[in-house]
Design a protein around this ligand. Sequence first.
Ligand SMILES: Cc1ncc(COP(=O)(O)O)c(C=O)c1O
Length: 366
Amino acid sequence: MEALLLETPCLVIDSDKMIKNIRRMADVASRNNVRLRPHVKTHKVPRIAQLQLANGAVGITVAKVSEAEVMYAEGIRDIFIAYPLVVESKITRALNLAKHMDLTLAVDSLIGARQLSEVAKRHNQTLNVRLEVDTGLHRTGVKYDEALELAIAVSQLDRLNLTGIYTYRGALLGESPTLDTRAAGFEEGRLMSDLARRMRLAGIDIADVSVGSTPTGAYAAEIDGVTEIRPGTYVFGDRMQVALGSLCLDDCAAYIVTTVVSRPSDDLVIIDGGSKTFATDVQPGVSPLNLKGFGEVLSHGEAVFERMTEEHGMIRVPRDCSISIGDQISIIPNHICSTVNLHNSALLKKNGEFERLEIAARGKLE
Ligand SMILES: Cc1ncc(COP(=O)(O)O)c(C=O)c1O
């Protein structure tokens, strides 16, 4: 609980813990001689991206051209947009950025690649692209077995410079979610480094082999041929990453402070944060994480954050629990990235003082 009463609900970032997390991942990258290009989807704050860059990151990863624009406006000059841009207006915005900085785009289809090539040609520019490969998550990404053929086709298109390949799969082994993040990371690294080797044998100059999430990055980085890792959540940590063993609860640098507004019965506490405050995309009780509730109630490990409506959080507590109306309680959410996206600002806590930070790249849909 904070000594000072905060206006709640609010997102708090513990600066010391965040910096420790940033340095720990930078050490992983330098120990394994791979580049670190954090995904800034977790914090969405240019100043935190700059901290990552000052501590060893070579550039950043984003999902949206609008996020790249926010980061560019704050001086960041090496960005990978790890999401296929297939619409002319967005490609044109990317081309505008590419005039002033190192920008790399993603491609996972021939239709998408041709569109990039055509728009780049009209603007008389060349675009750096990486080919996204599906290694089991089944969202974007060319099928693994079709990646070589697509890479050959993409490398022959005008105005595209195919610089590398990348994948995102999180904690998957084969195609199934796993808690064995070591085996998952090794498998991810091997799949991608083998593929890059086959592409090079076919005459394609693949420089970047980019892999790795918070749970798998440290292991994938050990595989020969991997050149870059792109973890995101590590900067703060969350309950999902604690369950995966990526870090411990005490390392988590971001949490939500809420106020108890009602205690309708001995075993129920109501807080002023519901689904407007906490993301609901990582649900309780789903294997293999089997999280209990929607967040870790700090200082009350036995409490279960059972339910939410928009403005209310319902927490089941033991009948003799001393929490009372007006108390502030802090909660580590199941998924911090999508929780941060719900907040306009955060309070950065440093040496007992709070500074308000704008979440400048939140809510960037386009
Ligand atoms: C393309 C891509 N790269 C990297 C990451 C970072 O993963 P994590 O937050 O698990 O570290 C994500 C997360 O969604 C992603 O989509």
